[in-house]
Write a protein that binds this ligand. Structure first.
Ligand SMILES: [Zn+2]
Length: 70
């Protein structure tokens, strides 16, 4: 697990490929599970059944975007 994955719970949307931080970490697992359950993709509004945890490569790309934005 990469550094960025320890600091953010990153979710990836299957239909549109969007990657976003559901919540900063650490956070109690119960609360994370609750957020995951009710999550909606900010881009295409797909439900949590279409999401999966972002992989290391996706997390790295996400972190790069964040840096580029400042
Ligand atoms: Zn989406």
């Amino acid at each position: 697990m990469s550094e960025v994955q320890r600091k953010h719970f990153l979710v990836s949307c299957k239909p549109c490929g969007h990657v976003w931080s559901l919540t900063p970490l650490p956070m109690p697992m119960m609360e994370v599970a609750n957020l995951v359950k009710h999550a909606r993709c900010p881009k295409c509004e797909s439900g949590s059944d279409r999401h999966f945890m972002a992989g290391e490569a996706q997390a790295a790309a996400w972190a790069q975007q964040l840096e580029a934005r400042g």
